[in-house]
Design a protein around this ligand. Structure first.
Ligand code: ADP
Length: 522
C-alpha cells in the first residue's frame, strides 16, 4: 500500500504523543493530521474523511468510547486503531465491541505501529474495492433492467450517455456510429446536436482511451480531456461514445465503462436484430403487394378479352378475334415471365441456385443472343454494333445464365432507347485486383437514369418514375437478378448513366487461364 495515498488522523489529548506519532508517520510518507479531542476529531473526519484513525481512549470531555459510538451511529467504515495502556484490557475489549479494528498498547512500539497501520489500511482497501464492486454490480443490474425494456437504438444511446455521463462527470457527451473516420452522432447530452463539431474517431482503436481534448473538436468550452469508449461486438466497432471531461477519471471508472460497453453492445445488437426482422417483414409485404400488382394487369386483360371472345365471337371479324387472342397470349407470356423471374429470385435467395460453370466462348453466346434481338431492333430501327477483338480467352461461366445477363442488358438498352437509337456491345480484357478478367459493356444513347435513382437500379421492383419508362413493360426484377447472376459467377456489375444522354452497363467475368482450364479428354 502506497503511504502517499493514505491520510491518517491521530487523536490524543497528549501533545507529546500527537507530535511523536505525527513525525513518525510523516517521515514514512503518510499524510497526517492531528486532533486533541473527540469533538475535533469527529468534525475533521466529517469534513475530510480519513483512511485510518489512531484514537486514544482516555481523553477529557469526549473520550474514545464516545468517538467510536458516534462513528458507528454515522455508519462509518474507516478503520480505527485504539491506543491504551496494556493494563486497561477491559477498555480495549469495549472498544473492539464498539467497532475498533485493532489496538496499540502505550507506550507505542514503532514496529507494531507499522504492522497495525499496514494491516488496517490493507483491509480498508479491500473493503472499499468490494464496496465499489458491489455498487457497480447493482448499477449494471439496474442498467440491464432498463436496457431489457427497449429495442430502440435511440433509447439505448440515451441510456449510455445518461449512465456514462453520470459516472464520468462529463461536461458533454455524444454517441453514434462510425462512418469512415467520422462519428455519425445519434444522441447527445450537454450539447445541442446542431452545435456538434466534426468528431474524428479511429475505427481500429478497440481500447478505451483518455486523451487531451482536440482543440477544434471540443464538445464543451471547459473540457480538457476526452474519453473515447468504443462499443464493439465480434471485434467490429459498431458505435463510439465520447465523453468530454474537466478532469481525467480514475482507473476504476474506466473499468466500469468497459463493462458498461459490453452490456450496451449486446443491447445494440438485439436492437439491430429486431430492426432487421422488421425490415425483412416489410420487404416481404412489399414483395407480395408488388407481385399481386404485377399479376393483376395481365390477368384483367386475359379475363376481359376471353369474356369478349366467348360472348361475341360470332359477331367479331376474324382480324379483331386475332388481335384479342394476341392480347391474351401477351398477358399469359407476361405472367409466365414473371413466374420465371420469381423462381430465379427464390432459388438465389434460398441458396438453391445451381450454376453449370464451364469454359464458354463469349463471341458465340453473344452472337446467339444478338440474333434473337434482330426483329425487335429492326422494328425500332435501332443499330446494334458488337466489338469483340479476336483472340480473347474463354470465360468461366454458365452459358444459359450468361445469355440471360446479356439478354436483359440488351433488352433494357433497346427498351429504354428511343427509335433510331444506337446500342454498342463490346468485350475486352481488364486487369483487376484478382488478375485479368473479361469486361463486357452494353452502351446505349437512350433515356438515361436520373442521378437520384441511380442507387436504386439494382433493387427488386425498382422502375424509374419516368413516363418513358412506364410507357414500356417491365417488372423491375431484371437488373436485380442480373446482378446476382453476375456475382454468383464471380464477377461484378456497375453502370454509368446520364439522364436523357444514355447509359453504359459494365460487368466482369473470370477468364479461363492455363491453370483454371479443364484439360481436354483425349
Ligand atoms: P424493368 O426493365 O423490367 O423495369 P430492370 O430491373 O431491368 O426492370 O430495370 C430497372 C429499371 O432501371 C428500369 O425500369 C429503368 O427505370 C432502369 N433502367 C434499366 N436499364 C436502363 C437503361 N439502359 N436505360 C435507362 N434506364 C434503365
Amino acid at each position: 500500500m502506497d503511504p502517499k495515498n493514505s491520510m491518517i488522523l491521530v487523536v490524543d489529548d497528549d501533545a507529546l504523543i500527537r507530535e511523536l506519532l505525527s513525525s513518525w508517520l510523516d517521515h514514512r510518507g503518510y499524510g497526517v493530521k492531528t486532533a486533541e479531542n473527540g469533538q475535533q476529531a469527529l468534525a475533521m473526519h466529517q469534513q475530510q474523511g480519513f483512511d485510518l484513525i489512531l484514537l486514544d481512549i482516555m481523553m477529557p470531555d469526549m473520550n474514545g468510547f464516545d468517538v467510536l459510538t458516534a462513528l458507528k451511529a454515522a455508519g462509518n467504515t474507516t478503520p480505527v486503531v485504539v491506543m491504551s495502556a496494556l493494563t486497561d484490557l477491559k477498555s480495549v475489549v469495549t472498544c473492539i465491541k464498539l467497532g475498533a479494528e485493532d489496538f496499540l498498547s502505550k507506550p507505542i512500539e514503532s514496529e507494531l505501529l507499522w504492522a497495525r497501520i499496514n494491516a488496517s489500511l490493507e483491509k480498508k482497501h479491500y473493503r472499499d474495492a468490494q464496496q465499489t464492486w458491489l455498487e457497480e454490480l447493482n448499477l449494471l443490474q439496474q442498467i440491464d433492467q432498463e436496457l431489457n425494456t427497449t429495442l430502440d437504438r435511440e433509447t439505448i444511446s440515451q441510456l449510455t450517455l445518461q449512465y456514462g455521463g453520470q459516472k464520468t462527470g462529463a461536461l458533454a457527451c455524444c454517441i453514434g456510429a462510425v462512418d469512415g473516420h467520422r462519428l455519425q452522432v445519434r444522441a447527445t447530452q450537454g450539447i445541442e446536436p446542431g452545435q456538434l463539431p466534426t468528431i474524428i474517431v479511429d475505427k481500429q482503436q478497440h481500447a478505451i482511451t483518455q486523451t487531451a481534448v482536440p482543440e477544434n473538436g471540443r464538445l464543451h468550452p471547459q473540457a480538457n480531456y476526452r474519453l473515447t469508449l468504443p462499443i464493439y461486438r465480434n471485434a467490429i466497432i459498431r458505435d463510439v461514445a465520447i465523453f468530454d471531461l474537466a478532469h481525467p477519471v480514475p482507473e476504476t471508472t474506466l473499468r466500469f465503462l468497459k463493462r458498461l460497453a459490453i452490456h450496451i453492445a449486446i443491447a445494440m445488437h438485439n436492437a439491430q436484430l429486431y430492426a432487421d426482422v422488421q425490415a425483412a417483414n416489410r420487404a416481404k409485404s412489399n414483395f407480395v403487394a408488388m407481385v399481386s400488382h404485377e399479376l393483376k394487369n395481365p390477368l384483367t386483360s386475359i379475363q376481359s378479352y376471353t369474356y369478349l371472345l366467348r360472348r361475341q365471337s360470332s359477331k367479331l371479324p376474324p382480324g379483331t378475334q386475332a388481335t384479342y387472342l394476341d392480347i391474351i397470349n401477351d398477358g399469359a407470356t407476361r405472367i409466365h415471365n414473371l413466374a420465371l423471374e420469381l423462381d430465379d429470385i427464390t432459388q438465389i435467395e434460398t441458396g438453391q441456385f445451381r450454376l453449370r460453370l464451364e469454359a464458354v466462348s463469349l463471341p458465340e453466346v453473344l452472337h446467339n443472343v444478338v440474333k434473337l434481338f434482330e426483329p425487335q431492333l429492326e422494328e425500332r430501327q435501332q443499330e446494334l454494333t458488337v466489338h469483340v477483338p479476336a483472340g480473347l480467352p474463354q470465360v468461366r461461366a454458365d452459358t444459359k445464365r450468361l445469355s440471360q445477363i446479356l439478354t436483359n442488358l440488351i433488352s433494357n438498352a433497346s427498351k429504354y432507347t428511343p427509335e433510331g437509337g444506337r446500342i454498342q456491345v463490346a468485350a475486352q480484357l481488364v486487369e483487376g485486383e484478382v488478375g485479368a478478367q473479361m469486361q463486357i459493356t452494353v452502351e446505349d444513347n437512350g433515356i438515361g437514369i436520373m442521378a437520384g435513382d441511380q442507387g436504386k437500379v439494382f433493387s427488386q421492383f425498382f422502375r424509374a418514375d419516368d413516363e418513358l419508362v412506364t410507357a414500356v413493360r417491365g417488372t423491375g426484377l431484371g437488373l436485380n437478378i442480373t446482378k446476382k447472376l453476375v456475382e454468383l459467377q464471380g464477377g461484378e456489375i456497375c453502370f454509368t448513366s446520364e439522364h436523357r444522354q444514355g447509359s453504359t452497363f459494365f460487368f466482369t467475368l473470370p477468364i479461363v487461364t492455363q491453370e483454371t482450364a479443364v484439360p481436354a479428354i483425349a
